[in-house]
Design a protein around this ligand. Sequence first.
Ligand SMILES: Cc1cc2nc3c(=O)[nH]c(=O)nc-3n(C[C@H](O)[C@H](O)[C@H](O)COP(=O)(O)O)c2cc1C
Length: 163
Amino acid sequence: MAAQLTPIGADALRATMGHFATGVTVVTASGRDLHGSTVNAITSVSLDPPLLLVCLSSDSRTLAALLESGRFGVNVLHETQQAIARRFARRGASWDGVGQQEGPLTGAPLIDGALATLECAVHDVADGGDHQIVIGRVLAVRHPDEHAPPLLFYRGTFTRVSG
Ligand SMILES: Cc1cc2nc3c(=O)[nH]c(=O)nc-3n(C[C@H](O)[C@H](O)[C@H](O)COP(=O)(O)O)c2cc1C
């Protein structure tokens, strides 16, 4: 494969990192209103203590609500939930018609039909340029025992596991 050297602008970085296929989540928080942001910059960090990290744009409304409450939810989306991923890719998206239940430990919305959900407390926040790196301590997890196919994001497009 011929390597292509491209100057590092935002578009080049986004296009290059887009080759790293990810799952898709909605990170949620509750303040005066409910908030949610589609997020794929998320990974597990530590098993003991149980930590994960999520990178949120500094101007995200969900980030503001999450920092205020000190709590957040993570909803890993199922392959049938592309419409939810698109909805929460819009700033200040409405929750009208989205089935959800309040997380018992965080008050953050847990979306019906999500492949897996986690409830977290903010453990630390680090500077990440135009994003904030939020490290969450995982308080509770839920996932089904049976295999369920995830929604994926690859090269700027929603896709599914094939084969
Ligand atoms: C597939 C996908 C992944 C995204 N991943 C992130 C992410 O990791 N971090 C982030 O800050 N925004 C991400 N976004 C953009 C946010 O979803 C978008 O900015 C949203 O409007 C934020 O809403 P809020 O301001 O109400 O929190 C992603 C969007 C899409 C479509």
